[in-house]
Write a protein that binds this ligand. Structure first.
Ligand code: ADP
Ligand code: MG
Length: 635
């Protein structure tokens, strides 16, 4: 039996403890959101608006739920003398069990992860809390006590409840008969927050944060005593208004309302589609990544309306996974009002809208990239790795996605990803048929990599990648403007005409001359490598490991290993630089055991450069020290 059901027979009021996460959130919010405290009003109006939306939706099937008051509204009232402020709606309401769970726990996915990321640094944490979304609990920033009165739509007056808390770790709940349907939240304001019990202040906040919600927010006409109520907002859903009437400020505020974000959106696209299919969409690119961007079960998608009636949050079917960071609204004139998630999944109309919205979203990104490169750089920093997923996920739009990618490069001083594929192709060498790239742990590590040596000496540009998705992405990227992508750590470099005749003859000769050495190294390294070759990639390093085109690279192997999956064995080739002193020394070594030690040392450092790890670090260090000892020995 749960605490809640056990309690329903007990006398009232009874005490409940908040979930530990709620207690933590309350403590943090009260301390770190002080400079944003007015957002509580946006959150409470937003909850009232959600409650009205939910009731309107349920009433489609059960019209008598609206009995008594069919017009859905929100009322704000205050009493400066008593320092109280109330927000009331006539929406769906909450019964006892719902109040206990909804106002005592946090249901969001990734909550535990969020709390792990808090640092104790107020500034950083307040940023994080902003991204997490504070909701109802934010009212405790301004209130020393909160009472919630509620009665669920369709239930009798006697089923009403009163919930109350002083944010001291617990809340009480008790029966409280209510004639009115819906919820009233009463804030007992802290002394230092009494400014909010003021008509002018409240009206300006309502206009700022809630002008565009679809319900009237009513306030008393002349201050506190009047019996006449008047709207304090426009009460018209923002997306239904013509673009030309809307100011940037209004778009930004609407974004903050739907995304519960403190920060401004980076850009938006508002469109009305007419004809065979009719719908309005408003898509936003947020200014920063939410805390749960990489959580598979995080909520994503658009707010779905059908002919202005709210249907659901997080309608995921209208944008692909790799555009999950978009926020916004979709209002369809054609979908049935009783559309469900299941229906959305197989509907051809939805499929067509998804294709159009995906295109629109990518066009919006392309427009920012072209017109506001600095903004695009901010976007790329926050969401670049997510957009990269599209290269593999969305073959149909790959041609639109590739130009949106940004890379670090050997031809740029800075490690910031700035280079586009078009930049690369524009300055490609005559005769160069490949777009070269290298994947490493970090851009700095990539810059120091031995795989770049020959290419660098020939002045060939190499794109440098270091995001987790990169190996996966490049496996799908294939080509850009007719030039194939080529991983410089795999297979043959395919230099084509960039390799001159002299290079070729030299390397053919080197192979002939070093046949015996190659065989000795292969014997010494045995199963570690599939083949020993003379390298054409190297200038300064003695050796590198080279994978075949189809082999799994170091990054994918690491990711698989980290998730506990079996990692397929890939046996690399080792390429040696026959001009390097260490290899010359190896060639001159006659004692077989010394040869073996040196060969392993060469192998291990090549392995280190490839994947950042060696099989046996202790052995590696011992061999290295032995060699250093010999070098330092007198004589
Ligand atoms: P969110 O709105 O993101 O779900 P909140 O913390 O704002 O989170 O609210 C928590 C829950 O409390 C809501 O999901 C809803 O179920 C319930 N709730 C809050 N305010 C109201 C209200 N005015 N009417 C009905 N339910 C409400
Ligand atoms: Mg809310």
């Amino acid at each position: 039996m749960t605490e809640a059901t056990a309690a329903s027979t007990a006398p009232a009021p009874e005490k409940h403890g908040f979930q530990a996460e709620v207690r933590e959130l309350l403590r943090l919010m009260i301390h770190s959101l002080y400079s944003h405290r007015e957002i509580f009003l946006r959150e409470l109006i937003s909850n009232a608006s959600d409650a009205n939306d939910k009731l309107r939706f349920l009433a489609l099937a059960q019209p008598d739920l609206l009995a008594g008051e069919s017009e859905l509204k929100i009322w704000i009232d205050f009493d400066a003398g008593k320092r109280t402020l109330s927000i009331r709606d006539n929406g769906i309401g909450m019964n006892r069990e719902e109040a206990i769970t909804h106002l005592g726990t946090i249901a969001k996915s990734g909550t535990a992860d969020f709390f792990k990321r808090l640092t104790g640094d107020q500034q950083k944490d307040s940023q994080l809390i902003g991204q997490f979304g504070v909701g109802f609990y934010s009212a405790f920033i301004v209130a020393e006590e909160i009472e919630v009165y509620s009665r669920k739509a369709g239930e009798p007056a006697a089923s009403g409840i009163r919930w109350a808390s002083k944010a001291d770790g617990e809340f009480t709940i008790e029966p409280a008969a209510r004639d009115e349907r819906g919820t009233m939240v009463v804030l007992h304001l802290k002394e230092e927050a009494k400014e909010f019990a003021d008509s002018w202040r409240l009206r300006s906040l309502v206009r700022r944060y809630s002008d565009h919600i679809a319900f009237s927010v009513l306030m008393r006409k002349e201050g506190e005593a009047s019996l006449d109520w008047e709207p304090a907002n426009q009460g018209q859903a923002l997306w239904t208004r013509p673009r030309s009437d809307l100011k940037d400020e209004e778009y930004k505020e609407f974004y903050q309302h739907i995304a519960h974000d403190f920060a401004e959106p980076l850009a938006w696209s508002h469109n009305k589609v007419e004809g065979k299919r009719e719908y309005t969409s408003l898509l936003y690119v947020p200014g920063r990544a939410p805390f749960d961007l990489y959580q598979r079960d995080a909520s994503r998608g658009l707010k779905l309306y059908v002919r202005r009636v709210f249907i659901m949050d997080d309608a995921e079917q209208f944008l692909p996974m790799y555009l999950r960071f978009f926020r916004g609204v979709l209002d369809s004139n054609d979908l049935p009002l009783n559309v469900s998630r299941e229906l959305l999944q197989k509907d051809a109309e939805v499929e067509a809208m998804r294709a159009a919205l995906t295109k629109r979203a990518l066009d919006l990104l392309a427009r920012i990239a072209k017109e506001e490169p600095e903004k695009y750089a901010m976007f790329w920093k926050e969401f670049g790795p997510v957009l990269k997923e599209g290269t593999g996920e969305d073959a149909a739009n790959r041609d639109k996605i590739l130009p949106l990618l940004r890379f670090a490069s050997t031809h740029e001083e800075s490690d910031e990803p700035k280079v586009t594929l078009a930049d690369y192709v524009a300055r490609i060498k005559t005769g160069q048929e490949r777009i070269y790239y290298l994947i490493s742990d970090s851009i700095a590590a990539a810059r120091g990599s031995p795989y770049l040596e020959t290419l660098r000496s020939k002045g060939i540009e190499v794109l440098l990648l270091a995001d987790r998705v990169d190996e996966w992405m490049m496996g799908y990227a294939r080509e850009f403007e007719g030039k194939r992508f080529k991983d410089v750590a795999r297979g043959d470099l395919e230099l084509g005409t960039l390799e001159d005749a002299a290079d070729k003859t030299a390397s053919e000769e080197a192979v002939k001359e070093n046949k015996k050495l190659l065989k000795r190294i292969k014997d010494a390294l045995d199963e570690r490598v599939s083949e020993v070759k003379v390298s054409s990639r190297l200038a300064d390093s003695p050796a590198v490991l080279v994978l075949d085109e189809g082999d799994m690279g170091a990054q994918m192997r690491r990711i698989l290993a980290a998730t506990g999956q079996a990692v397929p064995e890939a046996k690399p080739k080792i390429e040696i630089n026959v001009g390097h002193p260490l290899i010359k020394r190896l060639d001159a070594t006659t004692a077989e055991d010394e040869f073996g030690e040196l060969a392993l040392l060469v192998y291990d450092q090549a392995k280190l450069a490839e994947s950042g790890v060696v099989a046996n670090p202790g052995e590696f260090v011992r061999r290295l020290n032995k060699l250093l000892g010999q070098l330092m020995a007198p004589g």
